[in-house]
Design a protein around this ligand. Structure first.
Ligand code: GLN
Length: 506
C-alpha cells in the first residue's frame, strides 16, 4: 500500500492507481494537502484549483471503475505554468496586466491533459511573461527554492520546477524560450525537457518569442518526462509551426537507457570557462560514467555559440515587443485611467495601462525590441542576429555529424540567493548561455540532476539532440540517471533538506 503518494514518481503513482492501491481522488487530495502544508513557504502556485482537480479525479475513478480504457497517466495530478491558457482558471503570465484574466478556452496541451485524465492542481508562478531566470520578475512575488528557501528556483518557470521538487505535484508543464524549463530543473534537482520546436503545440500559450517558445515537461524522473511529452506532444492544426509527424519514441528510449556505442559530443565552447568549479567537476564525472557505460566521448566545436546570447537578446525582445503590443487596455486585461486627464485619448489610456501593468524587465525588453526593429537599425541589429541564428543552426548540423548527442552543464552555477542578481540584468541573462543555442536552432534539450555542487546544491547535465530525435535525449538521460542513482542510492532529491522541518530561513 502507498504510504505517501506525493513521494512517488508519476510512473509509480500511475501503477498504484492501476493496481487499485489508491484512487485518483486520494492521490489528488494528498498533493492538495502537501500544497497547503508547504506552499506558504515555497510559493510555487499562483492559484490552486482544489475543486476542479478533485472533480477531474473523481471522473477518472468512475471511468476506471466502469472499465473504460484510460491513458498511462490517467489520475496523476499536474501543475501548469501560468503562461498556458486554462479555460475557467485565471491565467496571468505572472503579470499585473493580466490580473484576474480568465481565458474562454484551453490551450491545446491543456485539452490533451484533460483528455488523458490528468487533474490540474493549479497554475504555477513565473517571471512576468516568462522573462527571467529566477522567478523574481513575477508581479506576484518570487518562488523559493525547496532546497534552500533563500535561493532562487530558476526561471522563468521556477514555480513549476519548485512544485515538482517540493512534492507538491508529480508533474508540471513549463515553457522554454531560452532555458526556462531546463535552468529551473538544473537548480532544483529535477528533470526538464524542451522538445523539438514544433513538437508541442503553442496554441493557447501566451507568446513571448513565437519562433523560440516551446512547452514541455517538468518532472522528477526521465521516464516521467517521456510519458508526459507523449501526452502533450504531436501535431495540432491550430499551430502552423506544429510538426506533422508522430511524437518520437521517447517512452521506449527512456525505458532503454543504453549508451553503448553512442558518440557523445562535448561542446568545447560551453563546458569550461564561466562555469562554477564544482558544476564543472560534476559534469566531468558524468562524462566518465557515460564512457564507462560504453559511450565514446568526443570533443566538438561550435564557434558561433559564443554569439548566441547576444543574438537571443535581439531576437527575443524584437518578437516580444510585437507579441506584447496586444496588451493595449482595449480588448482585455487591465485598464488604467491616466491621472489628471479629463477625457483621455485611447493612446493615453494605453500608455497609462502599460506603464502600470508591465514590470521593469518587460519594459526594458519592449524598448530594446522596438529599437532593434526600427527602420534605421533593423539590418544592423535584428538582421545581424538572424544571421547568427543561421550560423548556430549550421554549427549544430556540423556537430551532429560527429556526435549523436551533445552535452553541456545546464546552468553555469547552482541556485543563487534571492535578490543577488536582480539589479544586474546582464548577470541574470548569463544563466542561459548553455541553453539558448537549442532554442535558436529549434533542437530538443533535456536537463537532469547530476549531483551536488557549490553549497551542497544541485547541478544539472544537459543533453541536446538533432531536430525530431528527442528519443536520444531520453535514452542518454535515462542511462545517466540510472548510473547516478546507483551511486546515490536513490534520487538526488531525497538528499534535499525536508521542508517539514522549519529552519527559519526566508
Ligand atoms: N531566462 C531567459 C530569458 O529571460 C529564458 C526565458 C524563457 O525561456 N522563457 O529570456
Amino acid at each position: 500500500m502507498v504510504s505517501d503518494p506525493t513521494r512517488l514518481t508519476a510512473a509509480a503513482l500511475a501503477e498504484a492507481l492501476v493496481a487499485g492501491e489508491l484512487s485518483a481522488v486520494e492521490a489528488t487530495q494528498a498533493h492538495l494537502d502537501r500544497i497547503a502544508a508547504v506552499d506558504d513557504d515555497v510559493h510555487a502556485f499562483l492559484q490552486v484549483d482544489a475543486e476542479g482537480a478533485l472533480a477531474a479525479a473523481r471522473d477518472i475513478d468512475e471511468q476506471r471503475a466502469a472499465g473504460a480504457p484510460l491513458g498511462p497517466l490517467a489520475g496523476v495530478p499536474i501543475a501548469v505554468k501560468d503562461v498556458v491558457a486554462t479555460k475557467g482558471l485565471t491565467t496571468t503570465a505572472g503579470s499585473k496586466i493580466l490580473e484576474g484574466w480568465v481565458p474562454p478556452y484551453d490551450a491545446t496541451l491543456v485539452t490533451r491533459l484533460r483528455a488523458a485524465g490528468l487533474p490540474i492542481l493549479g497554475k504555477t508562478n513565473m517571471d512576468e511573461f516568462a522573462m527571467g531566470s529566477s522567478t523574481e520578475h513575477s508581479a506576484y512575488g518570487p518562488t523559493h527554492n525547496p532546497w534552500s528557501l533563500d535561493r532562487i528556483p530558476g526561471g522563468s518557470g521556477g514555480g513549476s520546477a519548485a512544485a515538482v521538487a517540493a512534492y507538491e505535484a508529480p508533474l508540471a508543464i513549463g515553457t522554454d524560450t531560452g532555458g526556462s524549463i531546463r535552468q529551473p530543473a538544473s537548480v532544483t534537482g529535477t528533470v526538464g525537457v524542451k522538445p523539438t520546436y514544433g513538437g508541442v503545440s503553442r496554441y493557447g500559450l501566451i507568446a513571448l518569442a513565437s519562433s523560440l517558445d516551446q512547452a514541455g515537461p517538468c518532472t522528477r524522473s526521465v521516464l516521467d518526462a517521456a510519458l508526459l511529452q507523449t501526452v502533450i506532444g504531436g501535431h495540432d492544426p491550430m499551430d502552423s509551426t506544429s510538426i506533422n509527424a508522430p511524437v518520437p519514441p521517447v517512452v521506449e528510449a527512456a525505458r532503454r537507457g543504453d549508451v553503448s556505442g553512442m558518440r557523445i559530443g562535448v561542446i568545447k565552447e560551453i563546458s569550461g570557462e564561466g562555469f562554477a568549479p564544482q558544476v564543472r567537476a560534476r559534469f566531468t564525472e558524468s562524462l566518465a560514467l557515460l564512457e564507462k557505460a560504453g559511450a565514446e566521448i568526443v570533443e566538438v566545436s561550435c564557434p558561433s555559440f559564443e554569439k548566441g546570447l547576444a543574438a537571443y537578446y535581439l531576437i527575443l525582445p524584437s518578437e516580444a515587443s510585437s507579441n506584447l503590443a496586444k496588451f493595449d487596455a482595449m480588448r482585455y486585461g487591465l485598464r488604467v485611467a491616466p491621472k489628471g486627464v479629463e477625457s483621455p485619448s485611447a493612446e493615453q489610456v494605453m500608455a497609462a495601462t502599460r506603464d502600470a501593468g508591465f514590470g521593469d524587465e518587460v519594459k526594458r525588453r519592449i524598448i530594446l525590441g522596438t529599437y532593434a526593429l526600427s527602420s534605421g537599425y533593423y539590418d544592423a541589429y535584428y538582421g545581424q542576429a538572424q544571421k547568427v541564428r543561421t550560423l548556430i543552426a549550421r554549427d549544430f548540423a556540423a556537430a551532429f555529424e560527429q556526435a549523436d548527442v551533445l552535452v553541456t552543464p545546464t546552468a553555469p552555477t547552482v541556485a543563487f540567493k534571492l535578490g543577488e542578481k536582480l539589479d544586474d540584468p546582464m548577470a541574470m541573462y548569463l544563466n542561459d548561455v548553455a541553453t539558448i543555442p537549442a532554442n535558436l536552432a529549434g533542437v530538443p534539450g533535456l536537463s537532469l540532476p547530476n549531483g551536488l555542487a557549490e553549497d551542497g546544491l544541485p547541478s544539472g547535465f544537459q543533453v541536446l539532440a538533432p531536430i525530431q530525435a528527442d528519443d536520444r535525449l531520453y535514452n542518454v538521460g535515462a542511462a545517466l540517471e540510472r548510473l547516478l542513482e546507483e551511486q546515490w542510492g536513490g534520487p538526488l532529491l531525497a538528499q534535499a533538506p525536508s521542508l517539514d522541518v522549519k529552519e527559519g530561513v526566508r
